[in-house]
Design a protein around this ligand. Sequence first.
Ligand code: UD1
Ligand code: MG
Length: 466
Amino acid sequence: MAPSTALSATEVYTLWVLIGTSIAIVANSFHGDGEPLMVSFAFSLFAFASTFSLIRWLGPSFMKVGLKGRDMAKAKRPEIPETMGAVCAVVYLLLMIAFIPFPFYKDIVAATSGGGNRDVVLHVEHVETGRFLHRFPHNKLASYLSGLLSLQAITLLGIGDDLLDIRWRHKVLIPALGAFPMLVVYFVDFGVTHVVVPVPLQRYFGQIFDLGFLYYVYMAAVAIFCPNSINMLAGINGVEVAQSLVIAVLLLLNDFLYLSPFTPYPHPAMDSHLFSIYFLLPFIGVSLALLCHNWYPSKVFVGDTYCYFAGMVFAVVGILGHFSKTLLLLFIPQMFNFLYSCPQLFHIIPCPRHRLPKFNAVTGLLENSVTEWTVPPSPLIAAALHLLHRLRLVGIKTNENGDIVESTNLTLLNLWILWFGPMKEDRLALSIVLLQTVCGLFALFARHQMALLVFPADNRSLWSFV
Ligand code: UD1
Ligand code: MG
């Protein structure tokens, strides 16, 4: 029997309360100065409520058109809807477009002639440069829209990937296509390609170094890495969304450090970090709703669409907010997973279509999944595998001749099982979430405390209160 798509009475009640609260906050913002931050929060409540219901309602329709997958870590391997990230992305994009008037309306009206608001007196320098208020200057609108364009592009490409099941070697470049609109607008609108040189290197390169077109290569690399690395740290219930939520919340924490009262008002990086908050709050709303359905035992899968979309949200805020290095610091588990996976990604070690941990139907626990060596590895690779085995970085099985016949798949999830033994799926997901949180908090702390070791100043002057 197909699972019911109806919302329970408690769910309906809770969602209405959330929607009512969000409408009240937005309505209230019209009386005052239009508080974009509060409205963004209200939009994220609305995003949660609408995504939560839509995912429940749309499941069967997705399955009917073939957007479904088998949950491989369950005894009966049930088929459930896939690509639910598309629902998140569509709700998110529509709300981000509806949000535009809140941070931009007054700037656009007041700074352009004939805006119908002529009694607003603005000084020339304010019209030229934007005002130093909690609203950003209207020239930020180009960045904002380019971010949305890139997110729209990646969503379309992600849905295409989920429909067509594109091969890995081709799909790694999909995010580069998605990032294209953002990079083009960056080129014509902002165009800064300078970086601050760390103190020890300043003797050779000076204080500021122009990376030129290499800066675009770097930004494209960030935009390729973020989505793909989330898609690679995947395969057990909830892990894709949960890791994205941790990254988003940590980014939000970092953003708030640049706002009053945590830093003296007004801080020069404040606008960039407000920009980031406006992108992150609704993302957290749609992702939390998805997690409710995707956490163990999953009722839906997120699809590559969600992984790409989430990664691109991070790339957009990191690149357009000019804190891509901080962003990358929050991807330590993903970076490790990527580097650890390289031998399989580059086919030095065979790479099966799926590398997710293997479900043992007798114990109900997840165990290491392996790649089988039909032809024994070359002596060099065998020596490397034996060494990694001794370092407890890979599990191997040998035959009576001492040839390697099996080695564990090189993913962080498998390594965790290798270190801590077989475990239940939700415990493994929770472990990864905790790891992500601890690494991220440490990285943020180190980023602000240790910046002084390599840079003349941390860009948050008041951090020393910690
Ligand atoms: C990536 C990984 C692949 C991993 C897969 C799992 C690389 C190079 N590729 O491939 O090793 O197996 O993600 O998502 O690292 N699934 C579950 N339970 C879950 C989530 C997914 O069983 O909680 C299965 C379902 O059958 C689902 C499928 O994984 O249909 C989705 O895989 P897909 O996203 O297409 O894999 P890739 O992203 O290509
Ligand atoms: Mg995937």
